[in-house]
Design a protein. Structure first.
Lengths: 112, 114
């Protein structure tokens, strides 16, 4: 029979193009956000984080944007490479709390 | 730094058997987290510890699941008795302090209960 599971959105981009992965978070009280990358057979790997008192943070080839008004987080990857192919998760931490809640994830496929 | 170390990497067991998953956090990290990942439910937090003390176990699905952290360098997640629906990848993660730091995840234990 057909298996039922999470239907992860998939973003397919051409190598060298920029990628934008979006995430809607759930709790307006969350004050810290992280993007993780998970490759097949591996655990999630930290990419970049941002606190709620900021709206933008840049790393190497990656930028995270935070819009608290609409509870939206995005991850921009510049000059996407085949090695960027993975599942990307956003995670939020509620103020005063000590645990990360993860989103469902987005599959990024990079075409050469 | 060896990172977060989990063992075993793969475990296949028969329904009804006891399963013990192990985790060694990064030295100096005082928060430890157990997550379960499935296609159906994604990444779910099962339990977390601060300074070896369980803080929130609201994600533990049933009494069949238990976790311990006898010291700062070791934690176990036990399932007794195991059931096929427990099949998943179980991740352990640690962080330096409570909140506002990214976790470092281990490579996970893929559990298959037949």
């Amino acid at each position: 029979g057909e298996s039922v599971g999470l239907h992860l959105p998939t973003l397919s981009v051409q190598e060298g193009d920029n990628s934008i992965i979006n995430c809607a978070y759930s709790n307006s009280a969350s004050d810290y956000f992280i993007w993780y990358k998970q490759e097949s057979g591996k655990g999630p790997q930290f990419i970049i984080d941002i606190r709620s008192n900021m709206d933008k943070r840049q790393g190497q080839r990656v930028t995270v944007l935070l819009n608290k008004t609409v509870k939206h987080l995005s991850l921009q990857i510049a000059a996407t490479q085949p090695g960027d192919s993975a599942v990307y998760f956003c995670a939020e931490n509620m103020a005063g709390g000590n645990k990360l809640v993860f989103g469902a994830g987005t599959i990024l496929r990079v075409k050469s | 730094d060896a990172g977060v170390i989990q063992s075993p990497r793969h475990e296949v067991t028969e329904m009804g058997q006891e399963v013990t998953l192990r985790c060694k956090p990064i030295s100096g990290h005082n928060s430890l987290f157990w997550y379960r990942q499935t296609m159906m439910r994604g990444l779910e937090l099962l339990i977390y510890f601060n300074n070896n003390v369980p803080i929130d176990d609201s994600g533990m699905p049933e009494d069949r699941f238990s976790a311990k952290m006898p010291n700062a360098s070791f934690s176990t997640l036990k399932i007794q008795p195991s059931e096929p629906r427990d099949s998943a990848v179980y991740f352990c993660a640690s962080s330096p302090t409570g909140g506002h730091y990214g976790y470092t995840f281990g490579s996970g234990t893929r559990l298959t209960v037949v």
